[in-house]
Ligand binder design. Structure first.
Ligand code: PMV
Length: 324
């Protein structure tokens, strides 16, 4: 009764912000994302009578009590589905700093769901796994299917496989310490922003635009919609009560830089989640150009902690090599 899963983080092109049902994590809006090859979580779960309590450890880091409780709650859901009550040992490892807006909860809960279901021999379909992962963390459902993924209401599915379009997410980490306000807490206050209803009204047209851009592989159309949606979500965040300010000075420098690089003919667009780190989205052919201008940008020296180059990635899957 032991299994290990690897799950990618994902970057949303259309963001999920605000929950229609907080406890079931049903979103107000449809979101669309791409799985990230360079930001992954690996999790091993073993259920056994030898464990007297659930043992939850983060390799190379520490989980807070609240994070541990969330993991145990998720194990309870999966145990209930399997009709058993053995305790488990869970060990997990991230290839990137957690809680900095790099969707560690997404890859974390996707890996936990697939590993725990695998350990218990639950024969769940991909759709069922996305539903289960969503209950742990909303955006986790988007890390289960392959490549480019759409999440609507209760479940997520692949729009296109990872190899469909050679895009890059050049993730610029400017802050690698934990954020003050988790996205879970932030979602619950989204509707206090006067711009929240405006966002919801504008989304159907923007989602349609992203879908057409993906279908036609029209990078400019896609990039414009991605950047627009990120700014739109942060407008809502910054006008919530209390306001959520996730950007720092380096975030702003990078946003301005992307706009000016684009003016100079380099097709690159930014998007930002619930943290200050900036995802620079470009096509594979422009990866080198973006990395080059990024490295030559003097005001950024000393501010950029790490750069992770991501390609579109497959979804969550089981592997044979366990962490313990
Ligand atoms: O799944 P959560 O609760 O971590 O929310 C994710 C929220 C954003 O990262 C800001 C947007 C998104 O769709 O990934």
């Amino acid at each position: 009764m032991k299994a290990t899963a690897v799950a990618p983080a994902n970057i949303a092109f259309i963001k999920f912000w605000g929950k229609k049902d907080a406890s079931l994590r049903i979103p107000f809006n449809t979101s669309i994302s791409m799985n990230l090859s360079g930001a992954v979580t690996t999790t091993t779960v073993e259920f056994s009578p030898k464990y007297k309590i659930d043992e939850v450890t983060l390799i190379d880091g520490v989980f807070s009590d609240t994070e541990k409780e969330r993991v145990v709650e998720h194990l309870d859901r999966i145990r209930k589905k399997a009709g058993m009550n053995l305790h488990a040992r869970v060990a997990t490892k991230n290839s990137f700093p957690k809680s900095t807006g790099i969707a560690s909860s997404a890859s974390g809960f996707a890996a936990l769901t697939v590993a725990a279901a695998g350990a218990l021999g639950l024969n769940l379909s991909e759709k069922e796994l996305t539903i289960l992962a969503r209950l742990g963390s909303g955006s986790a459902c988007r890390s289960i299917p392959d490549g480019f993924v759409k999440w609507k209401d209760t479940f997520a599915y692949s729009l296109y496989p990872a190899h469909y379009w050679d895009l890059r997410d050049i993730l610029v980490i400017v802050e690698n310490t934990a954020k003050d306000v988790s996205s879970s807490a932030g979602h619950d206050l989204a509707s206090t922003s006067p711009y929240f209803s405006v966002r919801l009204g504008n989304l159907p047209e923007r989602i349609a635009r992203v879908e057409v851009a993906l279908k036609e592989k029209d990078f400019q159309k896609l990039g414009e919609a991605i950047e627009e949606d990120s700014l739109d979500m942060h407008q809502v965040m910054q006008t919530q009560n209390p306001p959520l300010m996730y950007w720092n000075d380096a975030t702003k420098i990078l946003m301005d830089a992307a706009i000016s690089w684009r003016k100079n003919g380099l097709p690159v667009y930014f998007t930002i989640d619930a943290g200050p780190n900036v995802h620079l989205i470009c096509e594979g052919k422009d990866e080198e150009g973006v990395v080059k201008v990024l490295r030559s940008r003097i005001p950024l020296r000393g501010t950029v902690k790490e750069v992770i180059i991501n390609k579109p990635a497959a979804g969550t899957h089981l592997i044979g090599k366990h962490l313990f």
